[in-house]
Design a binder for this molecule. Structure first.
Ligand code: NDP
Length: 298
């Protein structure tokens, strides 16, 4: 078989997801008079972070939620950021809090994240949420792996019994992705920079998730015929003098072997902000003693 893989369109999926979130936000307002609110805190002037924060704010408003942006100068003392987080924790109009990473070098990101009220931890990075996810309990789930899971479920239905290989073991993508797949009853292998014969490990995967940060590292002949490939990587490369985004999977070859594949750009990327909005809505429902919103949690 050649050139057969279905392309999993993350952009369209994310647009549909935002539509469903918007409809549920409208119902929450109409039935209960509640408007979910997301606070995003940006420290410093990192250009990529500024773009992310702008996009998050815009999409938050588009789905009918309240957006609160807090921009602090790079030299802000950590105690001042801690004060702001404490105020947001106590603010009943704020249901989700996100502190944009990376933080300036003089700040302890782990300490800052763990100061967020776990019930408002829209990124799912708080140690309590990590533990809840790890023990299969109701948690706030990191946005990127949550988006990957939604696309996998949509494409495959039940994931139970499938062999899943996650390449990458970061706390924000690889580990929570592996945990989510384990909770779905996949047989999970987590590969990393010390894995021996990565190609052979990948060839056993019905589900292959690449979250490495190395352009085109995973080749088509590492992909099991018919496998579902989720490419989380976002790498900036130059082609003929022009900047381009590319994934961790060599798309041109993998598309001929895989059963389905996410492109870069337009795959996992658009799902991440949509899942941030999903998490904020979930947090808002839980804070108000309402059932979890439909189809937005694992
Ligand atoms: P990290 O750098 O934190 O982790 C990378 C992982 O890849 C590590 O576990 C590392 O192993 C592993 N790795 C590195 N080299 C190799 C190799 N040669 N073979 C096998 N494994 C290797 O990255 P993140 O998890 O934060 O991000 C991964 C990618 O996903 C990046 O391209 C990032 O831009 C992208 N990303 C995309 C998002 C989206 O919204 N689509 C969101 C977040 C990230 P080890 O632990 O042994 O060092």
């Amino acid at each position: 078989m050649s050139g057969q893989a279905a392309i999993i369109d993350g952009k369209a999926f994310a647009a549909g997801l935002r539509g469903r979130i918007g409809a549920q936000v409208a119902r929450l307002k109409a039935d209960h008079g509640i408007t979910p609110g997301l606070a995003v805190v940006l420290v410093g002037e990192d250009p990529a972070s500024q773009v992310y924060v702008r996009n998050k704010g815009r999409q938050t408003v588009e789905v009918g939620m309240a957006s609160f942006e807090h921009k602090l100068p790079a030299e802000t003392p950590e105690a001042e950021l801690a004060d702001l987080v404490a105020r947001l924790n106590a603010d009943p109009a704020v249901h989700g809090i996100l502190v944009q990473l990376p933080l300036p070098a003089h700040m302890d990101a782990t300490k800052v994240i763990n100061a967020i009220d776990p019930a408002k931890d829209a990124d799912g990075f708080h140690i309590l949420n990590v533990g809840l996810l790890g023990t299969g309990q109701k948690a706030m789930v990191p946005c990127t792996p949550l988006g990957c899971l939604m696309m996998l479920r949509d494409h495959l239905g039940s994931l139970a019994g499938l062999n899943a290989v996650v390449v990458g073991r970061s706390n924000i993508v690889g580990k929570p992705m592996a945990q989510l797949l384990l909770n779905e009853s996949c047989t999970v292998t987590v590969a990393h920079s010390r894995t021996r014969d990565l190609a052979q490990v990948c060839r056993g995967a019905d589900i292959l998730v690449a979250a490495v940060g190395r352009p085109g590292m995973i080749k088509g002949d590492w992909v099991k015929p018919g496998a579902t490939v989720i490419d989380v990587g976002i790498n900036r490369i130059e082609v003929d003098g022009k900047a381009r985004l590319t994934g961790d999977v060599e798309f041109e070859t993998a598309v001929r072997t895989a059963g389905a594949i996410t492109p870069v750009p337009g795959g996992v990327g658009p799902m991440t902000i949509a899942c941030l909005l999903a998490n904020t809505l979930t947090a808002c429902c839980r804070a108000n003693g309402l059932p979890d919103p439909e189809g937005l949690t694992p």
